[in-house]
Design a protein around this ligand. Structure first.
Ligand code: AMP
Length: 209
């Protein structure tokens, strides 16, 4: 099954895509995660995009299309994949049409207050990579910003600050929101209520699939 997760920053794309990818046994491809790795590894691309990503701005369509083309041509993606965070522009969506036939596009919908709360509460463990959210049911067991498993302080994404969040929301409204209509017209868009805990949202997604 070839799926896309759409939705505003904080809608839960990454969290739900991770769960669904295990259920369906298809890779979860997060373009944001790929870029964060490029930055961490200090590759040429990583060095070039670090500042713009931290400010909440997009990487170029050219770079993103190349990254996705390469990733979905790998053998583990032969029978399907979940794209999380791609496409984000009309150009990316048009290019994707030439390289993959999608089965469904999940649009996770949550209200603005929920989105901001989730983005500001988001943390992860720098060692085991477990994701937490100090503002939702995904909080640590102790309630402190320390990983339950590794006992180390949690980290925050460089772009999860108020200024960058505002930029990400503006760019989402200007560049990405139109993709909802694009996929609606193709008859493959599934709107899913993204409010509530991950288990409930996952059930809703499985139902529409
Ligand atoms: P995400 O983890 O999906 O929130 O992505 C983090 C950041 O990576 C975004 O705010 C963008 O700056 C960048 N990014 C991820 N995917 C794309 C894409 N498809 N096009 C442009 N920039 C992207």
């Amino acid at each position: 099954m070839k799926l896309i997760f759409l939705g505003a920053p904080g809608a839960g794309k990454g969290t739900i895509a991770t769960i669904i990818s295990k259920k369906l046994n298809i890779p979860h491809i997060s373009t944001g995660e790929i870029l964060r790795n490029e930055i961490k590894e200090k590759t040429l691309l990583g060095l070039k995009i670090e500042k713009q990503i931290a400010e909440g701005k997009f990487a170029s369509d050219y770079n993103m299309i190349e990254i996705v083309k390469k990733r979905i041509s790998q053998s583990d993606a032969k029978n399907g994949f979940i794209l999380d965070g791609f496409p984000r522009t009309s150009k990316q969506a048009e290019e994707l049409q030439n390289i993959a036939k999608l089965d469904a596009v999940i649009n996770l919908v949550a209200d603005d207050e929920t989105l901001i709360k989730r983005l500001l509460g988001r943390r992860s463990c720098p060692e085991c990579k477990k994701e937490y959210n100090m503002a939702t049911s995904m909080i640590t067991k102790s309630g402190k910003e320390i990983c339950d498993i590794c006992n180390v302080p949690l980290s925050k994404r460089a772009d999860d600050n108020e200024q960058a969040i505002r930029t990400r929301q503006e760019i989402y409204n200007k560049e990405t929101k139109i993709l909802i209509d694009f996929y609606k017209k193709k008859g493959i868009l599934k709107e899913v209520n993204g409010e509530g805990n991950p288990e409930i949202i996952t059930e809703r997604v499985m139902k529409v699939l």
